[in-house]
Design a binder for this molecule. Structure first.
Ligand code: MLT
Length: 207
């Protein structure tokens, strides 16, 4: 078990894994979360994987996020672009420092949205992504080559924040860029449940 460190440009936790066959996970929390939020989910769905978990640097009131928004679901896209690059830089330096291959992002809500942005903008950074309750990050998606990258999108049919059409548009955009997208719509809201955990575990075991 490792502690939070603040000696890089992102406060983060790195928990070394015990199973080198497992891809590391890049854990990206939702609005108001922090670097400890998704650790136990990561341990549950990818036992033995290394976990890299940064804290978003943007504060909305006192709630950490990974990029600015103008209103719920309305993103400051210039900030999102800059923050996705900044997070990509952190991942590259963490990979060097901890000796990691390209991680799979496991992001929830705001964390899933920056993971989707990173996939489109800096596809080389991630080995794939599991996007939980994600939405389309950019009005005009950058043209990325995501050939063969595995992406799991888990959406909630009753999600008050992400519409069905929006989640479908995200799946379509990533698929059109070549990603191997699996999109499941669960009878759920914005919060996560046992079904998410089971699907995540199965999907990650196949990576
Ligand atoms: C976002 O701002 O990324 C989305 O609205 C999800 C959220 O954080 O509530």
């Amino acid at each position: 078990m490792a502690a939070t460190t603040a000696d890089t440009d992102f406060i983060h936790v790195f928990e070394p894994g015990s199973d080198p066959a497992r891809r590391p996970l890049l854990l990206l929390h939702g609005t108001g979360g922090d670097e400890s939020d998704l650790l136990s989910l990561g341990r549950t769905v990818a036992p033995g994987a290394s976990l890299l978990s940064p804290r978003g640097k943007v504060l909305e009131g006192s709630a950490p996020r990974f990029f600015r928004r103008l209103a719920e679901g309305v993103f400051d896209e210039a900030d999102l672009k800059r923050r996705a690059d900044e997070l990509a830089g952190f991942v590259m330096s963490a990979r060097e420092r901890y000796g990691l291959p390209a991680p799979i992002a496991l992001g929830f809500s705001n964390g899933a949205n920056i993971a989707a942005a990173m996939l489109m903008q800096r596809p080389e950074i991630l080995g794939g992504a599991a996007l939980l309750r994600a939405m389309v990050p950019f009005a005009e998606p950058p043209r990325a080559n995501l050939a063969g990258k595995p992406v799991l999108i888990l959406s909630g049919a009753l999600d008050p924040i992400v519409s069905k059409a929006n989640a479908e548009a995200l799946a379509r955009q990533l698929g059109e860029s070549g990603a191997a997208v699996e999109h499941r719509v669960l009878p759920a809201g914005h919060g996560l449940g046992q079904t998410d955990i089971g699907l995540l575990k199965d999907w990650l075991a196949r990576r």
